[in-house]
Design a protein. Structure first.
Length: 262
């Protein structure tokens, strides 16, 4: 399917690894010029090099910065517009939250959990909105199925994710009149470094081998395999395209059927 994305410009946050890197790669395959934003300059450069190899041309720029800081978010948006003259797509993806027993989590843990993922998404949306309104562009927020049900060890992440889903709906409401589409994706278990750390945690806490830990996680989610980062990239590219022009304010779970609630 030709998504007609060639020549558009995207800003992808958290693009130095995992889901963010795969989203950037899939957009680049569709001919999108991509601004990669994250903290790790060397990892960003690796992703940019991989995109250049895929696309056969240099259609990327990188900007390293701590997206907890408002100035860094604005700088990323300004860099994308400055390099390519426009902004059509914002993919909010940066952010991880601490997973632990509630009573061991500190005030700083909670502040940090909201600082990058929630406030980072809010600030990037605010900074990008005038450009997206001009281009009649779109936002795709990468959230997580931890938003769907409370979990004892995911109190920060679940709370942050729920807040982002509500924010997505609110901005989609504004976007109806401003001509900006806003949607969200809830990934389930995806084969990333974060999933690797989850395997290590289960192995350590339960005395499991790696294979047993993976089987336990899959069983806990009621699925038969782990998702691949590129599968999130494919869906993101579709939502960013005109093929999804009538999709507004939607939350799409891509989790192998783990989410069974309405």
């Amino acid at each position: 399917m030709d998504l007609n994305l060639a020549g558009k410009t995207a800003l992808v946050t958290g693009a130095s690894r995992g889901i963010g890197a795969s989203i950037a790669q899939e957009l680049a395959r569709e001919g999108v010029r991509v601004c990669l934003a994250a903290r790790d300059r060397s990892r960003l450069d690796e992703v940019a090099g991989g995109i250049a190899a895929i696309s056969g041309s240099n259609r990327t720029i990188t900007i390293a910065g701590d997206l907890r800081q408002p100035a860094a978010v604005q700088a990323a948006v300004d860099a994308a517009v400055g390099a390519f003259g426009r902004l059509d797509i914002l993919v909010n993806n940066a952010g991880a939250t601490k997973r632990a027993d509630f009573f061991t989590l500190t005030e700083e843990d909670w502040q940090d959990g909201f600082a990058l993922k929630f406030h980072g998404y809010v600030r990037a949306t605010r900074a990008a909105w005038p450009h997206l309104r001009e281009s009649r562009g779109c936002i795709v927020n990468i959230v997580g199925i931890g938003s769907r049900a409370g979990s004892a060890e995911f109190t920060i992440g679940g709370s942050v994710n729920v807040a982002i889903l509500n924010f997505t709906k609110a901005m989609a409401d504004i976007g109806v009149n401003d001509g900006v589409r806003v949607n969200a994706i809830n990934p389930g278990l995806i084969e990333t470094e974060r999933f690797g750390r989850n395997i290590e945690r289960v192995s350590r806490d339960r005395g499991f081998s790696r294979e047993q830990a993976i089987a336990f996680l899959l069983s806990s989610h009621g699925t038969t395999r782990v998702g691949r980062p590129e599968e999130i990239g494919w869906l993101t590219a579709y939502l960013a395209s005109d093929k999804a022009d009538f999709i507004q304010g939607c939350v799409i779970d891509i989790d192998g059927g783990a989410t069974r609630s309405l």
